[in-house]
Design a protein around this ligand. Structure first.
Ligand code: SF4
Length: 217
């Protein structure tokens, strides 16, 4: 990814600016942080398709993993398959953020926000690539849904990491307290549908289809 792929608006959204505009100095620091991260990160992702069954507020993946989540079930309704997905910026991002935590705390805070924006936009890019492949078979993706959203318990990160063999494939692990390592990483589920709902890549929260049956709570 290059600097032009990273929306600085997103970086400032993570910094809590909402619709306010940062001063020029802060904008320049944000660009510096984004550039430094992009130069050092070794981004990677992995994904795999699994069969799924959705019933009574439960999602059963590959006939063996049971996830109790009404929000996820609603989002995956009518899907017989799903994709488990994981992506990471790698340990280099953590090391860089850690370095600035000691050197310059205000820069470390901006670095955190830039890293959050990069991983989200990297996931969007991966999701677009996956969807392009699926469309060749006239299949479409529902929005990605990560453990921790709504009632989708964080503990299911463990299942995703195990089913995708994340440690071996992209160096991603989970601590006993359910923190992803490296920190700037994402795990998610994406439903596969044979109907194109023109889902918003940013998810249901920003989608204008407010009466959609599959909208997550
Ligand atoms: S609300 Fe929008 S993004 Fe969410 S499932 Fe429906 S169409 Fe897709």
């Amino acid at each position: 990814m290059e600097l032009k792929d990273i929306s600085q608006k997103e970086v400032f959204r993570y910094l809590g600016y909402q619709n306010n505009v940062a001063d020029k100095t802060t904008q320049n620091i944000a660009i510096e942080c984004t550039t430094e991260l992009l130069n050092c990160c070794r981004m990677n992702y992995t994904y795999k398709t699994f069969c799924c069954a959705v019933e009574n507020g439960k999602v059963i993946i590959d006939n063996r993993i049971i996830i109790e989540s009404k929000n996820l079930s609603k989002n995956l309704a009518e899907c017989n398959e799903l994709i488990l997905f994981a992506a990471t910026l790698g340990t280099q991002a953590d090391i860089l953020i850690q370095k600035y935590t000691h050197l310059d705390m205000s820069k470390a805070v901006i670095m955190q926000a830039a890293a959050a924006a990069i991983i989200e936009q990297y996931c969007d890019q991966c999701q677009n690539n996956i969807e392009t492949e699926l469309q060749k078979q006239t299949l479409f993706l529902r929005p990605r849904f990560s453990p921790g959203y709504g009632d989708f318990d964080l503990k299911h990160q463990k299942d995703i990491i195990a089913l995708l063999d994340c440690n071996r494939k992209i160096g991603l692990t989970l601590t006993d307290s359910l923190l992803l390592a490296p920190c700037k990483s994402v795990t998610a589920v994406m439903g596969i549908s044979n109907q194109n709902r023109h889902c918003n890549i940013k998810g249901c929260e920003v989608c204008t289809k407010t009466n959609c049956t599959f909208r997550r709570g």
